[in-house]
Design a binder for this molecule. Sequence first.
Ligand code: ATP
Ligand code: MG
Length: 601
Amino acid sequence: MRLSQMLFVTLREDPSEAEIPSHKLLLRAGYIRRIAAGVYAYLPFMWRVLQKVTQIVREEMNAAGAQECLLPQLQPSDLWKESGRWDTYTKAEGIMFSLVDRQEREMGLGPTHEEVITAIARDMVRSYRQLPLNLYQIQTKFRDEIRPRFGLMRGREFIMKDAYSFDVDEAGLKVTYQKMDQAYRNILKRSGLEFRAVDADSGAIGGSGSQEFMVLADAGEDEVLYTEDGKYSANVEKAVSQPADAEASPFTSFEKRETPGTETIETLCTFLKCPASAIVKNVLYQAVYDNGTTVLVLVSLRGDQDVNEVKLQNELVKQAATYGGNTVLALTVPDAAAQQKWAAKSLPLGYIAPDLADDYIQQQKGIAPKFLRLVDQTATELTNFVTGANESGYHVVGANWGKEFTLPKLVVDVRKAKAGDRSLHDPSQTLQTARGIEIGHIFQLGTKYSQALGATYTNEQGEELPLVMGCYGVGVSRLAQAAVEQSFDKDGIVWPVAIAPYQAIVVIPNVNDSDQVKAAETLYGDLNAAGIETLLDDRDERAGVKFKDADLIGIPYRIVTGKSLKNGKVEVVQRATKETQEVAVADVVSTLKQWVAAAIA
Ligand code: ATP
Ligand code: MG
C-alpha cells in the first residue's frame, strides 16, 4: 500500500481523551477513532492488526479441535430468562443492551453467548457419540460498561473470540479445558506478548475453576499476586494467602474504654497503643438479593486486613436460598442515605461490635430482620482483642470469642490477600504484586447452563444427563491494544512483528529524486511479491516527517532509499532497537525474509 493513497492522518499532540500510552498512541497514529463512549472505528491499520490477531486465534482454536461458527448478536429475552440471567444482565449489572422490537418482543444484544449455544446444543445434541464438541466464534460483543475507558481496553462494542465446549462428564471437561489452556498460551506467545496465567474468580457467569490470562502492564486494571518460585499466581479477587502473624494484644482483661475520635483503625491504634492485628473490626455491608430482599451484613475481620468484596459477594450468593433469592444484585457499604431506609436508630459507626443488636434494623417488609454475621477465619484466632463497644466514643479491650462475644456461625475467607503475605504452598514465599490486563478467561462451567436450559444427552447406558460445559473468551481488540501497552517507546508503537499491520515500510526521503523513487518502487514491488507486507511512503513530505511517522505507526522494519544508494545500498532500520545497517539492494528481500521468519517463529 502507498501511503499517498491511504487515509493516513497522524497527530503530533496527545489527544486529551486518552490517559494511557497505548490509547494515546493508537489515536495519534491513526489506528482508531472514537465515535461514542466505548465505541470506536477500526481504521485500516487497526483492521489489519485485528485480522492478524484473529487469524492467530483461529489457527490455535482449530488446532485444538474447535469448530468456528457465527451466532446471532440479537438474542431473544426468553433464552436469558430460562438461564435466569435476563434480570441480572439487563437490570442489576445493566451490562446488556436491551430493546423491544416492533412486535413488542424483548431482545438483547449479545454480551456473551452461553444461552444461545446451550439452546443449540439442547436441540442438536442427543447422544454421547456426538461428544465432545467445542464451538467458537469471533465477533463483535456489546456490553454497556459503566466506565468504558482506555480505548479498546474497555469498550462497549468490542471483538471477542468466545468458545463453548460440551463434554460427557467433568473428566472430559478437564481434558478440553487443558487444551484451551494450551491454545491460549500459544495465542499469546505467537502474538508476542508477555503474560501470566492466573487463578481467577468465576463471577456472574458461574461454574467452578477458571483461569485468566493476564498481559503484564502498569496500566492494567487488574492486580495479580504471584510468588517468585512461579508456583502461584492469582487475580487479587481470588487470591488466598497467609497474612502476617497477629501481634500479641497488650490487654489481658476485659474492659470498656473511652476512646474518643477513634473511628478509624489508625486512630484507634495510636490512641490505645495497640497493633492493628489485635483489633476485630466490623464492617457493615448492604446486600440486595434478586427477589428484592435487603440484607444487612456484618463482617468481622482482623483490623489490619481488608474485605475482598468479590469473595464476600460469593459467600452472600451461597446464602441466597436463606433469603428466598438466587443471587445478589448489589453489594454496597451503605451511606447515610441508604442507612435511613432501614436503620431504626442512629448507628454507632466506627464503634460497632460483632454483636451489634438486631434492633438497629427496622422491622419492615423486604428487609431481613437480623444482621447476617460473618467472621473471617483470621479474626477467629484472636484473643484479648479490641473491638467496638456499640457506643460512639467507646471500645472494649481484652475481649475473647466464646466469652464476651459469640463467634458467628459463618466462618469464611473474605479477606483480601495482599503483597507481602506469605503464600499457602510455601510460607517462605511472599506474594508479589503486578498489574495485569485480562486478555482471556477460561471457565469450567459444569452443568449450570445445561441444567437451566435442559440441554441433555444420552449416555452409553441410556441415561439422560446434562451436558458438561466450559467457556473460553479472548478479547481480540483488547489484546491488540495490550500489545501496544506492552511495547512502545518515546517515538511511538513498537509492534510485535506477528501482529504488525505491515512488516516493512520503504521510505523515499526525497520524492523528487528519481533514483530514490525508482529503487524504492522496485524494492516495494519485490518485497510484497516475496510475501513481506510492505508499505511505501511516497508522500511529498520532508524525510524527517516520514521517519517520525514510520516510528509512530510502529512498522518493524524501515528501508530508506537515501544517500547510500550510490553505493548500491539502502539503510535498514529495526524499529524495536533503532539498530541501523546498510544492506545491498540485492540482499534486502532475503534479509527481511529471514528477519520476519525469525521474529514470528
Ligand atoms: P473484565 O473483568 O475485564 O470486565 P470480563 O470478566 O467481563 O472482563 P469475559 O466475560 O471473561 O470478561 O470476556 C472474555 C474477554 O473479553 C475478557 O478476558 C477480555 O479480554 C474481553 N473483554 C471483556 N470485556 C471487554 C470490554 N468491555 N472491552 C474489551 N474487551 C473486553
Ligand atoms: Mg473476567
